[in-house]
Design a protein around this ligand. Sequence first.
Ligand SMILES: NC(=O)c1ccc[n+]([C@@H]2O[C@H](COP(=O)([O-])OP(=O)(O)OC[C@H]3O[C@@H](n4cnc5c(N)ncnc54)[C@H](O)[C@@H]3O)[C@@H](O)[C@H]2O)c1
Length: 332
Amino acid sequence: MTVRIGWIGCGVHANEMLLPQLVRHDVEIAALCDIDADRLGRAGRRYGVAPERQTRDWKEVLARGDIDAIGVAAGPSAHLEVGIAALARGLPVFAEKPPAATAAEAQKLADASARAGKPVVLGFMKRYSTANRIAINLVHSSEFGAPASFLGEYMTAPTYFEKDPDYTGFYLHHCVHYFDLVPHLMGEVVALGARRQEIAPGKLLLHVDFRFASGGIGTLVMGTHQSRGTPMEWWQVMGDHRRVEVRNLHEVRYFRAPPFKVDRADATLRDGEDTLVWEPNFTVAANEDHKGYHALIGDFLKLVRGEKADAPLAADGARAMALLERMIAAAK
Ligand SMILES: NC(=O)c1ccc[n+]([C@@H]2O[C@H](COP(=O)([O-])OP(=O)(O)OC[C@H]3O[C@@H](n4cnc5c(N)ncnc54)[C@H](O)[C@@H]3O)[C@@H](O)[C@H]2O)c1
């Protein structure tokens, strides 16, 4: 079934990342909306949406009788307002992160979704990037056992957050990703602490520590003082005599418990005990999205069609926002 989408918000992220992946699926963009006429017109031309299907008022999109689902990437307050109105119309929603500006509002969206019996899928694509999916599945496998610890860093540069010297943008648009990814990997968080170090205005470093319900522990480092021209992301989960490591979303290493090899004439690499490594082949002539947007949108469309999918939902967004607010309070 071709899913007819009403899309709201034609900014940088929608234009460059979401809409290109959306249209690789079996969808029709039945209506397009942005309050900015230039952006709306440009996105309409780029994605072939006729002018009569373009509007600057998102309520007109919701009022149409020819859409099956709503997509919104317009910022936290619009995600909440559009999301609640779309659910009231009985429409499933794909909303970018963050779901709202506060944890209390994000909880309202989750409650509205539960009441309407319609999903709100959130843009937590870190669960879906190929490397993370491989690593998450390894960590959740019975072979891995109970994950004992998480250690990771997710950095960015100051330029992106210059307009928010209070770091609101950094928290809401950057940090929130890992408050979904970390509990998705490690289970519920029972305790959280945080420390901050501001090395200069706009250059903030945060160290966050976790205790998980499983007994596991974790440390997450996030900051705004590294160049976006360098790799920004690294994480590792350790279990008993095994660990999984993901470097910059393009390399997964699974270490197990091989014997020493130095004094072995028959030293070799053995299935089941030596290290496994995965990297993508960037020379393949295929339109692959290793960042995860295509796969995430695919799961949203499955839910729209009434099929099963384990997607990040509004309740996960409320959990992520609550953890984010705990971190901000703890770091003060
Ligand atoms: N998951 C990711 O990797 C990722 C990456 C970047 C951005 N994002 C998220 O996507 C969202 C948008 O980010 P962006 O960088 O594209 O911002 P942007 O400012 O470039 O785009 C937002 C667009 O929404 C429009 N808009 C705002 N309010 C509206 C309303 N009420 N009705 C219609 N249009 C409205 C604006 O005019 C603008 O064109 C943010 O919430 C951001 O956190 C997610």
